[in-house]
Design a protein around this ligand. Structure first.
Ligand code: IMP
Length: 421
């Protein structure tokens, strides 16, 4: 990796691809600044350091490295209670948690969460108030981190303006008490708040190594994913630019992170979904349950059209394929290389139907390839992988037209194959 500039790590599927491990890797080996610029605590990144597993939801993965500056940009939405708890957790593990939070990022209130829980059922949102908070931002009646530095009386006035308070004024949440609580959170967060867009542009022009950690993934993009079964931000490289205040022209190195199979939580179409027997094997072996919600994840085969769609949106330069070790011991593997519509016509990625009803008629077109039996978790080079595992990766490269530069074969930092291609 060259000195200076931006590396973006974004999800190339439906989220939960293991981006945390990749950002953690670059946070340790290259970056001195790690940035989150979209989403909130709907994300869930589990990072393993030695014997300790740390589930991060709102904090950038660089907090587990004391040489790294971490930034939460103005494109994020912040649950102050959760964030402060997470900072405490990281500090109690002995890390310093060097952190700056945008003074323009929006705050998720308890009213937002209550409203999301009451209405998010159809989409099966994570119930964290994310969409409601972003809606308030768009409606211009949201509350920002800078507002938490105001008096409780002023915060109370602002809260009364919010969409969620007006539509879902849950009597369980006392407005006076809650305004004071928010003001207390403001006091605790104050030391972290600043104009992070200015800081970041400063780091960029000082030739620092800036790592962007995308949350969620291309298929959950609010405008281009399987709407309405999407999140409320733009989890693409472009979204990282908007959410951080660094101009798009500097984002010229993007890694799309994808699992060696496909998973999704939440409702909505999932064309390459596999049968429950194989899904169970993979789910139990890889513990495919949501980090945030604990919900069992739906499992499917590797889906090349999805990667190709995300490539258009985010301009991946390469792929990181995660959890390849999980596929050991499966006799025969399938790779979804295209879709077929109701009349049996093959479709290309760019012909995705915007209609969810029509998408549900689409069938996957599979390439079947032989699996491998060997445990690959101690392989450290591509050449050490069994031939069939190498071929599996080569097929992914062929049907996505992208180099697979990183292969993860286990949760530990060391269980990573970096290819010089
Ligand atoms: P929300 O982001 O909580 O509003 O949820 C909207 C949709 O995005 C739901 O289908 C969620 O399951 C999904 N989603 C949000 N965040 C993540 C994530 O980090 N991983 C996977 N799915 C997510």
């Amino acid at each position: 990796m060259s000195k200076g500039g931006i590396l973006s790590v974004v999800g190339a599927g439906f989220g939960d691809e293991g981006k945390g491990k990749i950002t953690d890797y670059y946070a340790n080996n290259w970056a001195n600044v790690v940035v989150r610029a979209n989403g909130g605590c709907n994300a869930g990144h589990t990072v393993t350091v030695g014997d300790t597993k740390v589930a991060l939801r709102a904090l950038p993965s660089g907090v587990l490295n004391d040489k790294v500056v971490n930034i939460i940009g103005h494109g994020c939405v912040i649950n102050p209670k959760e964030l402060l708890e997470e900072i405490d957790k990281v500090q109690s593990l002995g890390f310093e948690c060097i952190l700056f939070i945008s003074n323009r990022a929006h705050i998720i209130t308890e009213y937002d969460i209550a409203y999301d829980k009451a209405t998010g059922g159809k989409i099966r949102t994570t119930g964290n108030g994310i969409g409601i908070c972003y809606a308030e931002r768009a409606l211009r009646n949201g509350i920002r981190t800078c507002d938490l530095l105001e008096t409780p009386e002023k915060i109370k006035e602002l809260l009364k303006e919010t969409l969620s308070y007006q539509l879902y004024n849950d009597n369980d949440i006392d407005l006076d008490v809650y305004s004071s609580i928010l003001s207390e959170y403001g006091k605790s967060l104050k030391e972290y708040l600043c104009d992070t867009a200015i800081s970041l542009n400063g780091y960029l022009h000082h030739n620092d190594n800036i790592l962007f950690e995308g949350a969620q993934a291309a298929m959950l993009d609010n405008s281009y994913g399987y709407y309405p079964y999407v999140t409320s931000s733009n989890p693409t490289t472009a979204g990282l630019s908007v959410g951080s205040g660094i101009a798009p022209k500097y984002f010229n190195n993007t890694i799309g992170v994808i699992k060696a199979y496909c998973t999704r939580v939440g409702a909505g179409p999932f064309i390459s979904e596999c049968d429950e027997e194989l899904a169970n094997i993979i789910r139990e072996k890889a513990h495919e349950y949501g980090t945030v919600t604990g919900r069992p994840r739906r499992i499917g085969y590797f889906d090349c059209p999805i990667v190709n769609l995300g490539k258009q949106l985010s301009g991946y330069d390469s792929l990181a394929v995660m959890l390849l070790d999980i596929l050991s011991g499966i006799d025969e593997l399938k790779i979804c290389i295209g879709y077929e519509d109701k009349s049996g016509n093959a479709t290309a990625t760019y012909e995705y139907s915007p209609s969810i009803e029509r998408l549900e008629d689409f069938k996957p077109m599979f390439l079947t390839v032989p699996g491998w039996k060997e445990d690959i978790s101690s392989c450290r080079t591509f050449e050490e992988l069994p031939e069939n595992a190498q071929n599996y990766i080569k097929q992914i490269e062929e049907f996505t037209n992208l180099p697979v530069k990183i292969i993860s074969v286990g949760p530990d930092r060391e269980q990573t194959i970096i290819r010089d291609i």
